[in-house]
Structure formats: C-alpha cells, structure tokens
Design a protein around this ligand. Structure first.
Ligand code: 13P
Ligand code: SF4
Length: 331
C-alpha cells in the first residue's frame, strides 16, 4: 500500500500517524493489525505506517506470543485482544474500542458449552478463536480458520463438537466426512459478514465475470461452497489461504467472498490483478480507527488506560490458556 497517497490526502490522519509512531517508541508498544482493518491501519511501521505486524487471527496470536514489548495495542476485535492477553497475562493489552465485538463470539456463552458437553459427554470440544475467553475456557482446543482442518483431523474419535460457526462447521464437515467419516456437532452461530455471500450473490457476479476465480472464507454458507464454487477453480479457506492462493494462481481476475477491506489488502499486494469485491464491511472491525488507536496509546500510564485495557479474571486467564496453547502447536 502507498502510505504517502493515503496519509497526504488527510492532514489530520498524517499528524495522528506521526504521533502514534513516536508514542509507540516512547511507551514501548507494538500495534498488531488484522487484515480486515481499514487500509490506513494496515500500513506497516517499516513503510511509514503504524502496524508492527499485519496478519490473520492465527498470525496475530503468534505475534502476540512473541512480542517483547510491554504494551500491545490490538487493532482487531475483542476476542482477538483477549487471546493476546491470555498469552501475555503480565503485559498491558489495549483495544482501541470495546464496541469491536463479533456476531460469532456473541452467539455462545460458557454455560451453552457446558450444556453441550453434558449432552455429549466425552466428545472433544473445538472452539473457533472467534469466541470470548469464558467460552474458550470450556474448550479442549481452539482453532482458527487456518488450522481448523488439521485440528479436526488430529482427534482420534468419530465425533467432535465444533462451535460456534454453523456454516464453517458444515464446510469443514463436508471435507472431513469424506476423508474420515467424522461427525461434527454444531452450534447455530453465524458471521454477519460472511453469511451475506449467498449462492445468488456469487452466481450473479460469476455471470458478469465468467473468467474470475472465486475466493471465499470458510465462514460463508455451505450452499455457496456447494453451488457457486463449481467450475471457478477458486478456493474456500482462511484469510491467509486466500492471500497465498492469489499469489500462486495463474488467473488475473478474482471474485472475493470475504470482508471488504481484505479486497484493499489484496489490491495492494497484487496490483496487476483485478478483484471484484462486493463491499460488505464488518461493523465491529470498523470501530477501530487511527484516532481511537492514538487515544489508546496516549492513555497508557494515565488514569484513562482502564477504558482501553483488556482485563480478564485470573481463573479465566488460566483455563483459556491451555486450549490456545494447544492450538498454537498447529501454527
Ligand atoms: P481469519 O482467521 O481468517 O483471520 O478470520 C477472522 C475473522 O474474523 C473472519 O471473519
Ligand atoms: Fe466476527 Fe464476522 Fe466480523 Fe469476523 S467478520 S469479526 S467473524 S462478525
């Protein structure tokens, strides 16, 4: 991405970026930024921007575990910042807006998981990383979209509880049942962004762009994968799988069934390609802005830091760590 073009269009943005870069050094802070952030939050420090690391949810968890900085500013959503805190209980983790939720994380509670476990005793529980810390604390292992298949395969029995994304669960089930006959017990959660990539929407785009390959996230409806992927030569996968696939494909045109700003990321990475992107933005991810990131950084070491700081009970911090650490063995 060209930071110069983005920042020079807006003088207040340029000023904020400069202050953030300075404060990061003064306050020993790193900024971790997800691929669904607005483009100005994805420009790296090395390129004149503010992000020390840009990645998918697995990459960000690994980066959070590795950082030596005292303070982590998480440009992502709450469940991601909580994961960083669980991995770094002694560090300060700040989220620029606690309005940054997630429809999947909100669809299930720890008590729901306990009830599922009572209904299916002895069946291992795989919790998608898009869950809150209390939910993770009830799981045997976590997974992200990047390692879900490997993790599901790794369990020896013939049943698994996978929660909370019903579409991702059905998409995984279709693949894993064909390979191993394993049955997944699912929850009814949905990503409010990816559920909108219906077969009709993708098929309509394929009619206009018959030469494009279709790229969809695991969280899209299973009907979309079954009907709309046919003949496109594209991929259903995680955010990183999608990025890698484009780099390796001989096609020059792609239809993206994922968050709008991943389209901007792909255009920045592969300017020679054409991306057709129905612009559906995650309202939670968009709560994070450059100005709010600046406020969080300014607050470090002041009374106001409590507004931004991720705090979890000691018992939850401890119980949620094991499933996350088990997940990181698959990174
Ligand atoms: P990734 O694990 O691919 O980063 O996905 C995060 C997410 O929120 C998808 O909607
Ligand atoms: Fe949650 Fe979907 Fe937003 Fe990802 S894109 S944070 S799954 S609502």
């Amino acid at each position: 991405m060209d930071p110069f073009a983005l920042f020079t269009e807006d003088a207040s943005l340029l000023e904020a970026v400069e202050e953030i870069r300075e404060l990061k050094r003064q306050k020993n802070a790193v900024i971790l930024s997800h691929y669904y952030m607005a483009p100005e939050l994805q420009i790296t420090d090395a390129d004149g921007g503010i992000a020390d690391f840009v990645g998918d949810s697995l990459g960000l968890s690994v980066a959070a575990k590795k950082t030596g900085a005292e303070n982590i500013i998480f440009c992502g959503v709450k469940f991601m910042a909580e994961t960083a805190k669980i991995l770094n209980p002694e560090k300060r983790v700040l989220l620029p807006s606690f309005e940054a939720g997630c429809s999947l994380a909100e669809s299930i509670t720890a008590s729901d998981v306990r009830q599922l476990k009572a209904l299916h005793p002895e069946v291992p529980v795989v919790a998608y990383i898009n869950t809150y810390a209390e939910t993770k604390a009830e799981a045997d292992i976590c997974c992200t979209s990047r390692n879900a298949m490997d993790i599901a395969r790794s369990f020896p029995g013939n049943k698994l509880i996978f929660l909370p994304d019903v579409f991702m669960g059905r998409n995984l089930q279709a693949k894993i049942a064909a390979e191993t006959g394993k049955e997944l017990i699912l929850w009814e959660g949905r990503c409010e962004v990816h559920e909108q990539f219906t077969p009709q929407r993708i098929n309509g785009l394929k009619l206009v762009h018959p030469d494009a390959q279709v790229l969809v996230h695991w969280e899209v409806p299973d009907d979309t994968v079954l009907e709309a992927m046919k003949g496109s030569g594209g991929i259903v996968g995680s955010t990183s799988d999608i990025i890698r696939f484009v780099g390796e494909s001989s096609s020059r045109k792609f239809i993206l069934g994922s968050e709008c700003d991943l389209g901007a990321t792909l255009r920045g990475m592969y300017p020679e390609n054409e991306f057709v992107v129905p612009c559906i933005k995650c309202p939670h991810m968009k709560q994070i802005t450059v100005q709010r990131t600046l406020q969080a950084l300014r607050a470090i070491g002041t009374e106001e830091e409590r507004v931004f700081e991720v705090n979890l009970e000691a018992d939850i911090l401890q119980r949620a760590l094991l499933p996350i650490e088990r997940m990181l063995e698959f990174s």
